[in-house]
Ligand binder design. Structure first.
Ligand code: SAM
Length: 213
């Protein structure tokens, strides 16, 4: 049975056609991360954010993604980056080995509470003490189109905010309470709610969380 928290077939299928535009707050990251920082971009897609950081002068970045097609596209687009396919056994970096981890529009692809909590536990393990976690993702939207699909799918998925796109994948938007719960093991340094564009070019409200271990 397909894993709802790792919908690899879908991401492989769309890997060469999707354009991701989710923004990151570079000045905020630069305040907390010197250019020599060892950074993991988890769910890096085709390496867009890794390349953005490299363009800013960061020299020690690794991108990892469970979709081999995404990584193939990234390696073609940006041959100078270190982009890797996530092993099927999961994250296997040593404890305390990164100064920062980024999760940009990845939680939305991991619909269950348990799946998200388990990922955050793994990421905390590989972060050094005082290391930085930066998460950017979607909050629950208050427009009719979104509220209808949350309601429509709530019974099937047992959670308000999880929905199925017509193109097949199952995604999640997050309540503020859940964001607090999920990040409770980190010290909050910054939390903002910017407007972003989704991968299908809809305007949406996001949250951007910066915390330290
Ligand atoms: C919306 S895209 C964002 C890509 C990139 N972070 C960006 O902002 O340009 C989500 C990415 O997460 C990856 N992904 C989804 N579930 C994953 C999981 N459980 N583990 C690792 N990567 C995952 C997908 O393959 C896809 O490349």
């Amino acid at each position: 049975m397909a894993d709802i928290n790792n919908q690899i077939n879908y991401w492989n299928k769309v890997a060469w056609e999707k354009k991701f535009t989710h923004p990151i707050n570079l000045p905020l990251l630069q305040t907390h991360l010197p250019l020599s920082s060892k950074i993991l971009d988890y769910g890096c897609g085709y390496g867009r954010v890794c390349q953005k950081l490299a363009d800013e002068g960061y020299t020690n970045i690794v991108g990892i993604d469970s979709s081999a097609e995404m990584i193939q596209r990234g390696n073609k687009l940006y041959p100078g980056l270190s982009l890797e396919v996530l092993p099927s056994s999961g994250i296997d970096y040593p404890d305390n080995s990164f100064d920062a981890v980024l999760l940009i529009a990845v939680l939305t692809c991991i619909p269950t509470n348990a799946g998200q909590q388990s990922l955050l536990t793994d990421l905390k393990r590989i972060l050094r003490p005082k290391g930085i976690i930066y998460i950017s993702d979607y909050v629950l939207q208050d427009d009719e189109r979104n509220q209808q699909r949350y309601q429509h799918n709530a019974e099937e998925f047992g959670m308000y905010g999880v929905f199925r796109l017509p193109e097949g994948t199952i995604l999640r938007h997050h309540s503020i309470e859940w964001i607090y719960t999920l990040t409770a093991d980190f010290e909050t340094l910054d939390l903002a709610y910017p407007e972003v564009l989704t991968m299908n070019a809809h305007r949406a409200k996001a949250f951007q969380y910066l915390g330290s271990k």
